[in-house]
Design a protein around this ligand. Structure first.
Ligand code: FES
Length: 377
């Protein structure tokens, strides 16, 4: 263990999942399915202590996320504390619960960056996916308030089979809002999104068309002085090699869940691994010495085909959470890899996406009622 710890650098990115509470019900949420049973949250002083410890270890980027971080009344205090410590801070929000006054308060507290998410380019689809009748208008107003406060406008859309046909309309909406950065992130299948995968995953032909539209848009922007920056994150289910998830387990990213559980990624609490908690162990110990964080560091844990693969230093065997969700064993190669003996599970998902007929009404929405039902099951 100690030999491993010697080779590990500090956690440069700290993600503070302040709460699992959220006013929206997106069926692609990556929060744990059993979130409704996890009610405890670190208090203000405990969070500030986590931030202090993280910064002392070398963390420089801090994300406030959730759930919806705006439901935490102490958010201005946490932002101010983070600013004092010297973090670059990012608020990842749905915009629900935000007001122009709050944006100003956050700016005064020293918040560096705000990312507002949308579900679609029009109110009907946006609100249906979000499970809230007023979400779209509120998001529009808050995106404008963020820009008016002098922040760059950073918009995020999770793309799936029900909105992927809107690519041109989404880009037009972003232009209309004078966005600076747009992230079109094709859904990743963890948490609620995994539960709803068949109803969310786009078909190959949908994906090809969407990519063409984004590329055409980028080409049309070439002549502009300051073009909106558009990032299109393609789904790994259509790749032949896995993503180097989190840049390697326990290498850069440290997530702290609402109850203080420390995780190498936002999904890892689903794994059959005992993860440490910041209420019981110093962050430095957790990062460098806990069995949970050391579990998949290095490559000695890898079975074949990863162990002898010449790409293992690039993709680290892929995503541990995806390996677990798709094969029941997180040690396995990520089935996205065409060398994986379980790659058939990815191929089957692609075939299912080509024939899927599920509508929005067939998805399981992320809410406390469904969480309790599923968790009991
Ligand atoms: Fe957990 Fe990839 S999301 S390792």
């Amino acid at each position: 263990m100690n030999e491993l710890a010697d080779k590990v650098g500090p956690p440069l990115w700290l993600l503070a999942e302040l709460t699992y509470r959220c006013p929206l019900q997106c069926p692609y949420c990556s929060n744990p399915i059993d979130y409704a049973s996890q009610k405890s949250e670190l208090n203000t002083e405990q969070w500030l202590d986590v931030l202090r410890q993280g910064r002392a270890m070398g963390a420089a980027q801090l994300g406030f996320s959730g759930g919806e971080p705006l439901v935490r009344q102490d958010l201005p205090e946490l932002i101010a504390g983070a600013r004092e410590l010297g973090y670059y801070t990012n608020l990842i929000t749905s915009g629900l619960g935000l007001t122009a006054d709050k944006v100003d308060t956050f700016a005064q507290a020293g918040l560096d960056h705000i990312q507002v998410s949308f579900q679609a380019s029009d109110p009907e689809l946006n609100n249906a996916v979000a499970g809230s009748r007023k979400a779209f208008d509120q998001k529009l107003a808050m995106a404008r308030a963020v820009k008016a406060a002098g922040y760059p406008m950073v918009l995020n859309f999770v793309i799936h089979r029900h909105n992927i046909h809107q690519m041109n309309d989404i880009l037009a909406l972003c232009e209309n809002l004078d966005a600076d950065y747009v992230e079109l992130a094709t859904c990743q299948y963890y948490g609620w999104a995994f539960k709803n995968r068949e109803g969310l995953m786009p078909s190959k032909s949908q994906l090809v068309k969407a990519e063409q539209e984004v590329n055409q848009y980028r080409a049309d922007l070439m002549d502009r002085d300051q073009p909106m920056k558009v990032i299109f994150v393609t789904p790994d289910y259509y790749e032949e090699r896995p993503k180097g998830c989190m840049n390697g387990w326990g290498s850069l990213f440290l997530t702290v869940a609402p109850d203080g559980t420390a995780l190498p990624c936002h999904s890892a609490r689903l794994l059959p691994i005992d993860f440490p908690n910041v209420q019981r162990q110093p962050l430095n110990d957790i990062w460098y010495h806990s069995p949970g964080f050391n579990h998949y560091r290095g490559d000695s844990w890898m079975p074949e085909p990863c162990r002898s693969c010449d790409e293992k230093g690039k993709d680290f065997g892929g995503c541990r959470c995806q390996a677990y969700l798709l094969t029941g064993n997180a040690d396995n190669a990520d089935p996205v890899c065409s060398k994986s003996p379980h790659h058939d599970r990815i191929l089957a998902a692609r075939t299912a996406a080509d024939h899927a007929t599920a509508g929005l009404e067939d998805l399981t929405y992320r809410n406390a009622h469904n969480s309790r039902l599923l968790y009991r099951g």
